[in-house]
Write a protein that binds this ligand. Structure first.
Ligand code: SAM
Length: 251
């Protein structure tokens, strides 16, 4: 009796071990596929940077921005049904009528901010949390605001799971910025506004930079770089035409 029980138990353990090994193999294969797809995405971003060099005044992005783009697992930021397309160089739906931005645009906006390790950056429009994760690889602190509660909560949980401890997510209307945490070295707005929100200009440090798509809803907008000099003078420069979902809220 004891021998039969022992044999059964051994077979059971063997079965569990086989399933475990099989799952580990599948997981490792999937990770390798994602890594290859991410490398291909990097090549496409590099090619797009060269193609748009006329607009962006350079042929390549800062290597540390590209290193962050190579590191952050974009597939963790998209819904499961979009995972196979996670590294396509285009925006993808993330639910609630919103999108995760095109990787080239994420790289461009990050590059325009000129991120430095000691900086504090504000993002308006958390969405999936992907842009916040890219920034978190490059600066000391990221504060990000999302107006759609379920999206913001999901991004918060995702960033926690992925161990991004220097990102703070808040649900609210980013038009008004985050006064208690400001001023910021950089501000990135990932939804299009008809104008540059004055509270965001106010919350930008002297020497700070803001990147924001400006223009009317559902039309082609202009990506604008806003710079505040050491004396507090503000200048703006149009970078290139873009298409973003609108900045919503009561303003
Ligand atoms: N940065 C996001 C990412 O990496 O996934 C993509 C952002 S998506 C293009 C724009 C986001 O801005 C949406 O999630 C939308 O709900 C949010 N949004 C729109 N208006 C907003 C506002 N007034 N305040 C905060 N978030 C806003």
């Amino acid at each position: 009796m004891n021998i039969i029980m022992c044999l059964c138990r051994n077979r059971f353990v063997l079965l569990i071990l086989s399933v475990f090994v099989l799952l580990m193999g599948t997981f490792t294969q999937a990770q390798e596929n994602y890594t290859k797809a991410r490398q291909a995405m990097i090549k496409e971003i590099e090619a797009d940077a060269r193609i748009t060099s006329f607009y962006i005044n350079k042929k390549e992005f800062d290597p540390k921005v590209m290193a962050a783009m190579s590191k952050v697992p974009r597939h963790e930021f998209v819904p499961w049904q979009e995972r196979l397309s996670a590294y396509a160089n285009r925006p993808l739906p993330i639910g609630h009528g919103q999108t995760i931005s095109q990787p080239y645009i994420v790289a461009l906006m990050t590059d325009l901010l000129k991120p430095e390790r000691q900086q504090k950056v504000l993002e308006v429009g958390t969405g999936s949390g992907y842009q916040a994760a890219i920034l978190a690889e490059l600066v000391a602190e990221v504060f990000t605001i999302e107006i759609i509660e379920p999206l913001g909560n999901q991004a918060k949980e995702r960033l926690k799971q992925l161990n991004y401890r220097n990102v703070t997510v808040r649900i609210g209307d980013g038009y008004y910025g985050w006064e208690e945490q400001g001023p910021f070295d950089g501000i990135v707005v990932t939804a299009a506004s008809s104008h540059i929100p004055p509270p965001l200009i106010q919350q930008l440090k002297p020497g700070g930079r803001m990147v924001i798509p400006v223009g009317s809803r559902f039309m082609v907008q202009q990506l604008v770089l806003v710079e505040k000099d050491a004396k507090g003078n503000v200048t703006t420069r149009q970078i290139l035409p873009v298409r973003f979902v609108p900045l919503t809220g009561k303003h």
